[in-house]
Design a protein around this ligand. Structure first.
Ligand SMILES: [Ca+2]
Length: 56
């Protein structure tokens, strides 16, 4: 996935498509690592997003 930002941007939103299931399960964490900046510097390129289980 490639993200393009404008000067002064401090946040960016992306979409991850997930497969649906009907199993109850704990929330999961997906590590995110930014790399290969072009014309910019990455101050902190590692974080994680949370995949929240939506099965009742
Ligand atoms: Ca599930």
């Amino acid at each position: 996935m490639r993200a393009t930002t404008a000067l002064g941007d401090t946040a960016k939103t992306g979409t991850v498509f997930l497969g649906q299931d009907s199993q109850q399960e704990p929330d999961e964490f997906l590590p995110v690592k930014l790399s290969d900046p072009r014309g910019a510097t990455i101050a902190d390129g590692e974080d994680a997003m949370t995949i929240i289980d939506d099965d009742a």
